[in-house]
Design a protein around this ligand. Sequence first.
Ligand code: DGL
Length: 228
Amino acid sequence: MIGIFDSGEGGINALREIKKRAPWIDVCFLADRKNAPYGTKSESELVELVSRDIERLLLIGANKILMACCTASTVYPLLDSRLRSAALPIISPTAEAAAAATVNGKVGVIATEATVSSGAFSTALSRYGSVKQTFEVPAQILVQMVESGISDGRAPDVTRAKIRRLLSPIRESGADTLVLGCTHFCRLKQIIAGSLPGVRIISSSLSGALEMLKDTPHHGRGETVYID
Ligand code: DGL
C-alpha cells in the first residue's frame, strides 16, 4: 500500500492522477484538515506536522509515501532520515518538468506563502541550465478558494477576475511556463491557463504522481482508505 498526504483537497488531485494510471494500487489518503492550511505555518510547525503525517501513514502500513503537498515538501531536507527514506517530495519532479517545458528560460511559480518564502522552487529550478529566471508569486488565497469548493467548473465571474489579477505579475514577467506550486491549484488549472494564453502550465500533482508511479507495485486490490 502507498500513502498520500496533504493538508486537504490538493492531495486528491495527485490521488486521481495515480488512480487514473494504476487503478489497482491500494492507497491510504491522509488529509490533515485539522491543521490546514499548511501554507501559513512556520518551518518548525511544518516539520512537526509533516513528521506526524508520515509516521501515521507508516503505522497504517504504507511502504512509500507521496508528499502531495509542495509546502510539506519544502521541509523534506529537515526530516529525520527514516522518514525521508519512506517519503517522496514533489518539488524536484515538478521543477524537472518545468525545466523541460520552458523555451525562453523564464519560469513562473505560484505557491503558498510558506513555499514562496522557503525559495524551494527557485533553488530546485536553478539546477537546470534551461532555466534563466524564476518569478515566484504567493497565492495563498487560492487555497481558501479551493477549500471552499471553487474549481474550474465552479467559479463565479468575480473569482475568475480575482485569479486573473493575481496572475498579472506572471503575465508581465514574460514567463512561458508556470508551475502550479501547490497541489490545490491544480483544481483551477483551466481558469489559470485561460488567464495566461500561450503559457505552459506544469501541475505539481501530475509531476508528483508520475514520479511515484515509477516505483509502485503492479498488483493490489485498488482500495482507497481515507483518514483525517
Ligand atoms: N496543497 C498544499 C501545497 O501543495 C498546501 C495548501 C495549504 O494547506 O496551504 O502546498
